[in-house]
Design a binder for this molecule. Structure first.
Ligand code: ADP
Ligand code: MG
Length: 688
């Protein structure tokens, strides 16, 4: 039996079962083998009811003697109570609001329970399970004695139940004698990994808790190790044998631009710039990620790199995720670089066809040195004469494929610089961005006062906006962010349009207000943004279109309406629009949300300005699935390793992968496995 064979080859799986398995995403034997338990129940340590102790966690096996159901409480909960006996005493167990259980639990049903015991005050039993953490209805032929050991609990469905999975996997493990080893012997030895077959046995049917842990470690290691190997090969292939544009050491133009900067670079900026310069001067194409919290000053780094490529007779491209941001970069760059004779151009979807063709022509004939734009930059028709460097700002909005399209221009591979303010936890930079080198900018430019954040109930809106007015009277500018553009009958939330009308005819009468949102025409958006930049608009009501990159240092106060509607990382980005100048800035999160998680999230915003910490929290609250999904990374889902908690294993796996890369033979073995297990993700590396 081969692992990549369809499940139909297994005894006991006919067309019907196969289809049900398909629905769970189990297609091959390997998929079934890696259908890891979602939990376990430890039957190796059964306690008899007579030996239970209040307050202690225990597992009990017994038979249901009687069942009763009643309604209780204000919200009319259904309480289902069972009296369970194992011959030594009675244990009372209660389930809340689980009506479907009534059909499953009957008098005489044998059941296995884990939970915390408590005295059954007033109840009929000796004890009650005060906190039931898991229970399992036992099949007739099953006994829950110690010989059952630790039992797996699978993600099952009504028609594919626990028993089915247990039997199928048990049988599979018995039949599978010679499973090929994935991890080279040297690695297995050095990192003391449990043998593969043993790991599969113990992940499904652990001999004891220690064996289960060792098995999990090994399988998580294997998973991360394989992905790391794949990423390293991609990284190597991208660079080896291909030549990148070779930039020379800084000369006059660079010195002129550098000395024209109105500030000195911070230490972190200097470090990042040093690495970039080194990468650019090498013939190996640069692939670098600059990760810096909002406001840490990434733009100037991008500018220096782009000037360097221009000094070397090449062209540079800067790609931004939004029209607004592209415009802003265009203005900053034209202003700072025009005086040195550097020709800066702009390209976006809002240009007319004629304008666009003109820009295309200038790019082709090298009459433009630096082109700034949106994804219009990578559409057909754009062809650079000498592309030396591509910078993408907030690249996680761009697919990997789009990045590749830009990289393909020209004979020599251009250098690539990726900038992001989305603080990505370390575990993820090592996986999702494993093919890039990373520079961190943690420090903010000097003189910044940390933004002070407050969560406030909407009852206090008048007070809040009075305060905004006061700030505006002192010469500052303000943002008001709303979750929706226009009224929506289904969502009873104030829209940006409504709030704008309310404010400009109310408290802010006589003060120049502006409105900006994603549905406006690009030219209108630009006009509003320009006016806000120039200080002509004092109060800007917006949606999240201002989320990334917008830089107006005079803005010192932001009100976010219905703050609970935004993610933490998003709120942090929004908040990054203020606190960019020398003024004390304030962020007021307006919310009447009463759920604990929502409150907790907003409290975290109040307590920290550290984007990295917020990203970790966001990841914990929302789970890696959603977080990963949003990144569109194009990597396989992890089946067993956990990006949050397995940093230690990841670091080891990465080290091991580095070592493997040195050994040709091992590498080839690993690669063939990779293309087998992660066909969709890594098959392209096998092509060459
Ligand atoms: P981000 O990293 O969020 O893209 P920006 O590049 O927009 O940040 O920089 C934010 C602000 O900080 C800009 O007004 C920029 O001119 C300023 N700035 C950048 N670096 C420094 C520095 N070393 N010293 C002082 N101000 C700086
Ligand atoms: Mg930026």
């Amino acid at each position: 039996m081969r692992l990549e064979e369809g499940v139909r080859c297994l005894k006991g799986v006919g067309p019907k079962k196969a289809e049900l398995l398909e629905r769970l995403g189990i297609h091959t034997v390997y998929d079934l083998l890696t259908w890891y338990p979602r939990a376990y129940e430890d039957r190796s340590t059964l306690t008899s009811i007579a030996d239970l102790r209040a307050g202690e966690k225990a597992s009990v096996s017994g038979v249901i003697m009687s069942l009763s159901e009643k309604q209780a409480g204000k919200r009319n909960m259904t309480l289902l109570t069972a009296m369970v006996s194992d011959g030594t005493g009675f244990l009372q167990v209660t389930w809340f609001n689980q009506k479907y259980l009534k059909q499953k639990l009957k008098q005489g049903t044998r059941i296995f329970l884990t939970g915390k015991a408590a005295y059954a005050y007033g109840g009929r039993g000796n004890y009650a399970m005060s906190q039931l953490s898991s229970f399992q209805i036992l099949e007739e032929d099953e006994t829950a004695d110690a010989s059952c050991g630790i039992q797996p609990i699978y993600r099952a469905t009504e028609r594919l139940n626990q028993k089915f999975f247990r039997q199928m996997i048990q049988k599979l493990l018995e039949d599978m004698e010679g499973l090929p080893e994935v991890v080279p012997e040297v690695v297995a030895e050095k990192y003391q990994l449990m043998p593969r077959m043993e790991a599969f046995r113990n992940i499904h049917f652990p001999a004891d808790a220690a064996a289960m842990k060792a098995a999990r470690n090994r399988l998580a290691f294997e998973e991360l190790y394989l992905i790391q190997c794949g990423l390293m090969v991609i990284k190597k292939r991208n660079r080896e044998g291909k030549r990148g544009v070779r930039h020379l050491q800084d000369s006059r133009l660079m010195r002129q631009v550098a000395s024209s900067l109105p500030f000195a670079l911070t230490k972190d900026q200097q470090k990042a710039w040093e690495s970039i310069r080194r990468d650019m001067e090498s013939t190996v194409p640069m692939r670098r990620l600059v990760q810096g919290d909002v406001g840490s000053g990434k733009t100037v780094i991008a500018m220096l790199a782009l000037v360097k490529t221009v000094e070397n007779g090449c062209q540079g491209a800067l790609m931004a995720p939004t029209e607004i941001l592209a415009e802003q970069h265009y203005h900053t760059f034209s202003e700072s670089l025009g005086k040195f004779g550097i020709r800066v151009g702009f390209l976006s979807g809002r240009l007319t066809k004629k304008q666009r063709d003109e820009v295309y022509e200038k790019i082709r004939s090298h009459e433009m040195d630096i082109v700034i734009g949106t994804h219009a930059l990578i559409q057909d028709g754009v062809s650079f004469a000498h592309l030396g460097l591509v910078v993408t700002d907030e690249q996680h909005r761009f697919g990997i494929a789009q990045r590749a399209a830009l990289e393909k221009q020209g004979d020599l591979l251009p250098d690539v610089l990726v900038m992001t303010a989305t603080p990505i936890p370390r575990t993820m930079t090592l996986t999702v961005y494993g093919d890039l080198d990373v520079s961190l900018i943690k420090e903010l430019p000097p003189g910044r006062k940390p933004v002070r954040t407050f969560v406030r109930h909407p009852e206090r809106r008048t007070l809040i906006y009075d305060y905004v007015l006061k700030q505006i009277r002192e010469g500052r500018q303000a943002y008001v962010v709303c979750p929706l553009v226009e009224m929506n009958e289904e969502l009873p939330l104030p829209s940006a349009e409504e709030v704008y009308e309310e404010l400009r005819y109310g408290i802010f009468r006589g003060i120049p207000c502006g409105l900006i949102h994603g549905r406006m025409k690009a030219a209108d958006k630009e006009a509003v943004m320009q006016a806000f930049h120039a200080g002509k608009i004092k109060l800007l009501v917006s949606t999240t279109v201002i989320e990334v990159g917008v830089n107006v240092p005079n803005a010192s106060i932001m009100v976010v309406e219905h703050a609970e509607r935004f993610g933490l990382a998003q709120l942090h980005q929004l908040r990054g629009r203020i606190g960019r100048g020398p003024y004390q800035s304030f962020c007021i999160l307006v919310s009447d949300s009463r759920t604990e998680t929502a409150k907790e999230r907003l409290r975290i915003m109040e307590s920290t300005n550290d984007g990295f910490l917020l990203a970790e929290e966001d990841l914990k609250l929302r789970g890696p699935g959603e977080f990963f999904g949003a990144m569109q990374h194009g990597l396989p889902d992890l089946k067993i390793a956990d990006v949050l908690t397995d940093l230690d294993i990841l670091l080891k796996a990465r080290q091991a992968a580095l070592e493997t890369m040195e050994r040709e033979q091992d590498m080839r073995q690993v690669l063939s496995l990779l293309s087998l297990q992660y066909r969709e993700h890594f098959s392209h590396i096998m092509e060459t």
